[in-house]
Design a protein around this ligand. Structure first.
Ligand code: UDX
Ligand code: ADP
Length: 488
């Protein structure tokens, strides 16, 4: 097979009629569902090794899809069986496709070199090998999963060593910037679509073909073309910058609490400066989600491996500050409840890492539960979307505890806010679900033990109103004497 730079662009697919997406998770599922909706002439097949996940995507009852995203079920209902298919028949889908998206998980490594920092690329490698073994026709392979810089080069080495003669391929990096909870809107109206390619005739042609797919619904000027490694690094950099803003405002919120300032006033006043901007300055109990921590750890590892320890340390501080924020909030709960929560019932409202998603990966609620359990509290959890079993899985993860029985004794998963708050000493708000802004706090007050305390980690409640009812309230980032004025 000729070296890739020498291949003729004419050997690339000429027309895109079939797209395969490997990985039916939070990224692959919504992304390729929206793609199918916007490109009715392209057959989109989403494949996964996990038959349970595929069965859930195929379920008749659209409320049972494995990923909850506002608006997603309706689009699945519209496209499934028309030009959108979910299957475990991975080889057939790869064989038919001209473009193969690789959207598999890339968790942080838990052992070996780079453990705790580097991305575990075993699933990307397995998918790449599978493509190489199956492909009989030219393929454009698109990295969608967040990967360390230069992963495309590793994928290329695997493909070059394993693909059949006469089956040229091009690798593109096309990172996903969707945010959970608003995935459908983010996919329909992206700020940008980023396509990284090799700067060769074939690379540019492959990027053009992918670009033409997106341009069916994304304005051309929003499709950015860069080199492969710039594209790979942009994903890590964008998430690191966003997370850095949250850690920065959370650091300021600690100063606010100690001085009597109000972090919301500070954030608003900073945010009107156009150079700073208002977004991602919401002080909170801490950030969660599958991307921020993982991508920063990845960046830390990359910087360290490149002999840039100062750069590594700089980014590591974003994580350190996030851990500090979660621990500081948990400590505040314990201190306020007369320095002990042993045998006390705490109502934890929200378990997802943010509203409008059932995803709990790296959710601050998990860390809070760990702290509360260490103090011997009983935790009553309510979340509108997260299932009971998922909560117990998260709370018995390695690193948290492996004692399921002890967790079951200490934790109750409740069907409603009122159930969770019954007989509780305190309410702890960990997720910004809209329904928590509409809670009937009079009812809650009547069923709680007194003094009844609310700890708001998400700026969901109006402290002044709650105090009128009789609650004591602690809101993140608001000093004691200003707590009543949070909403002024
Ligand atoms: C993030 C990026 O936004 C997205 O572009 C990327 O593709 C994936 O990672 P996501 O993790 O889904 O998306 O959610 P995001 O809205 O970024 O929130 C992440 C965490 O930060 C959540 O726990 C959220 O509650 C928290 N957050 C966000 C704050 O605490 N304060 C803020 O101001 C914003
Ligand atoms: P993300 O948030 O990145 O989408 P998820 O864990 O939600 O991550 O989804 C990744 C999906 O990729 C999982 O459903 C997993 O089963 C699937 N997957 C992992 N490796 C492979 C593989 N080699 N072939 C097909 N699917 C895979």
């Amino acid at each position: 097979m000729p070296a890739i730079e020498e291949q003729d662009p004419a050997l690339l697919p000429q027309k895109i009629t079939h797209i395969c997406c490997i990985g039916a998770g939070y990224v692959g599922g919504p992304t390729c569902t929206v793609l199918a909706q916007q490109c009715p002439d392209i057959v989109v097949t989403i494949v996964d090794v996990n038959p349970v996940r595929i069965a859930a995507w195929n379920s008749e009852d659209l409320t049972q899809l494995p990923v909850f995203e506002p608006g997603l079920a309706a689009i699945v209902g519209e496209c499934r069986g028309r030009n959108l298919f979910f299957t475990t028949d991975i080889d057939k889908a790869i064989d038919e496709a001209q473009i193969v998206f690789v959207s598999v998980n890339t968790p942080t490594k838990t052992s070996g070199i780079g453990s705790g920092f580097a991305a575990d690329l075993r699933y990307v490698e397995a998918s790449t090998r599978r493509i190489a073994s199956v492909a009989q026709t030219p393929k454009i392979i698109v990295e969608k999963s967040t990967v360390p810089c230069r992963t495309a080069a590793s994928m290329r080495a695997i493909l070059e060593a394993n693909s059949k003669p006469g089956t040229p391929f091009q690798i593109l990096s096309n990172p996903e910037f969707l945010s959970e909870g608003t995935a459908v809107q983010d996919l329909l109206h992206p700020d940008r679509v980023l396509i990284g390619s090799l700067d060769t005739a074939q690379g540019r042609r492959a990027a053009e073909l992918l670009s033409e797919v997106y341009e069916r619904w994304v304005p051309k000027e929003r499709v950015l073309h860069t080199g492969l490694w710039s594209s790979e690094l942009t994903k890590l950099a964008a998430n690191a910058l966003l997370a850095q803003r949250i850690s920065s405002i959370n650091a300021i919120s600690a100063i606010c609490e100690a001085t009597g300032a109000n972090v919301y006033e500070v954030a608003d006043a900073c945010g009107v400066d156009r150079r700073i901007g208002p977004h991602f300055l919401r002080a909170s109990v801490g950030f969660g989600g599958s991307c921020f921590q993982k991508d920063i750890l990845n960046l830390v590892y990359l910087s360290g491996s490149l002999g840039l320890p100062e750069v590594a340390e700089y980014w590591r501080q974003v994580i350190v500050m996030n851990e500090f924020s979660k621990a500081r909030f948990a400590k505040k709960v314990v201190q306020t409840l007369f320095n002990t929560v042993t045998a006390k019932r705490l109502a934890l409202l929200g378990f997802a890492f943010k509203k409008d998603t059932g995803d709990t990966r790296e959710s601050p609620a998990i860390t809070l539960c760990k702290h509360f359990r260490q103090e011997g509290a009983h935790i009553a959890i309510y979340d509108p979307k997260v299932k009971r079993e998922q909560i117990f899985l998260d709370l018995t993860e390695p690193g948290v505890t492996d004692d399921r029985k002890a967790v079951e004794e200490a934790v109750t998963v409740c069907p409603s806010v009122l159930d969770a708050c019954h007989d509780a000493e305190a309410v702890v708000i960990a997720t910004d679900w809209d329904e928590f802004s509409a809670i009937d706090w009079h009812k809650v007050f009547n069923i709680m033990r007194k003094p009844a305390v609310v700890f708001d980690g998400r700026r969901v409640v109006n402290p002044a109103k709650l105090r009128e009812i009789g609650f004591r309230v602690h809101a993140v980032g608001v000093g004691p004497e200003l707590q009543d004025n949070v909403w002024v």
